[in-house]
Ligand binder design. Sequence first.
Ligand code: PEP
Ligand code: MG
Length: 590
Amino acid sequence: MERQIRGIPASPGIVVGHAHLLRWEVPDVRHRIVPDEAIPAEIDRLHRALERARERLRQVRARVEASAGPEEAAIFDVQLSILDDAELTRGVEELIRQNMGAEKAFDVIMLEWRNRFARHAAAMLRERVGDVTDVHIRVLSLLLDLPDRDPVTLPPGSNAILVTHDLTPSLTVQLDRSTIAAIATDAGTRTAHVAILARSLGLPAVVGLRTATAELQGGERVVLDGGTGMLAINPTDEEIAAYHERQREEAVAEAALADLAALEAITLDGVRITLRANVDIPEDAEAAARSGAEGVGLMRTEFLVVGRPNMPDEDEQYRAYRRVLEAFEGHPVIIRTFDIGGDKLPMGGFPSEPNPFLGWRAIRMCLDQPEMFRTQLRALLRASMHGNLRIMLPLIVTLDEVPAARRLLDESARELTDRGIPHRVDIPLGVMIETPAAAVAGDTLTRDVDFFSIGTNDLVQYTLAVDRGNANLAPRYTPLHPAVLRLIQRTVEVATLADIDVAVCGEMASQPLMAFALLGLGVRQLSVAPRSVPLVKRIVRSVTASHAKLAASAALRALTADDAREELARRLADVVGDAPFLYDGLPGAR
Ligand code: PEP
Ligand code: MG
């Protein structure tokens, strides 16, 4: 008998498979007294668990090396060296000799280690907290005889639906695509980075399910529908047959949309819209180019970093940027400098902060670490020889940040000139408008920049003070709130007055009703996930810009997001009818 849990649709696609529960969290440990005579056996038990953990890590290391390369595999060396640390073993043995159970003794020492690392003055050591935690979980799971839930141990071809509380981007990029077919998480929202990354990996995903890990044991037959946000547990054979039928229908609908790739993105009254793709990983570039996108409106370079123990060097970055530029054959490709921080962290992370989204992230981190930033800028400059590059800065709040970045760009160019390496000198430099500060005071930024791109994912989060990744707040994350609409309108006006390009590259652009609103607000450039390009093109080709303008004016007069949505929906239905393609699987579009 089928049971369903509803979550937030994050990445489309229907998958029928088995649930694989990932509980990668430190288990609870109870205190247990070991009698004197049992102490030697308890110490033996500790050593056996350490040895088994080493064995498992060596296997994982070999597998990751084969699938992802030696750099990714290197993080497991750090964990192996923690397991081999004599001081650690001595500390745990000492506590066992004081009659403490091995698991509690190990737990106590690892907590000490984690605290010591987390507070360490050297950033290198602080970054190792994640490794200490991984070892903590792995060894305790062995000592407590918990089921092995390592995400990379599934047999090939498992077709597993990974069910977990939350998935960090670093864990996501480690996932073995040959075994994981879909992702289901308790936490998260459509604009959380796990959802963005799942979309770019083409992995169907439902997030914000809240109770999935509590309701599932692992091993159950489940169906995940990433388009509607549904997870069905133990469906009957007839129900599965119905899902397979839906799968076929979706494939047909997608093929029909793909036919639009060659057509222009032009409204019925002749207004030309530039439709570009968001590219998160270089491997996406060729498929994105085939979607019919006229270039890249946002490449999120931080996905080159998350899930890695070290930063990619200049050559590796150069190759990644060049690949994207070449895939788009002269169309503009906007590459954003590292937006590291918030929930996008490299393996091991950075020092934890109480408010990471208000913390040391994006342009702030790059300007404070000029060596790291210059490496990226040199790689971008070198790649500029292979296409039509534009560079974009994330999370700009104040004008000072732009000249500071430009100075580093000029310095990097001089370094290349000194080394005799060719590069372009006239690369347009733009900024993301994704903070209320940048949107309200956009006029202070126009002088120094060549283009704006509105990042609605963050703009909504910062304007409404609603965490974009918090499932409990998802109903309060309303891009059609009057404050957000007014900030977008203002940004478009300021950019138009200054005669610079303005685009929208946040998720709002890929939702039909909101894309309609954006056209009405005067936005003429949209950048969306490659899979959404044909759908948004279809919206553009189905409406008139003048009708969209009237609808946006009505939305701007509305007092609440709900009222704005109603105004827009009614007016969109007037022109396109109640076409199901407008609503299918798109949260918030109704
Ligand atoms: C945004 O904030 O809208 C955006 C496009 O950037 P990201 O989602 O990477 O924060
Ligand atoms: Mg952003």
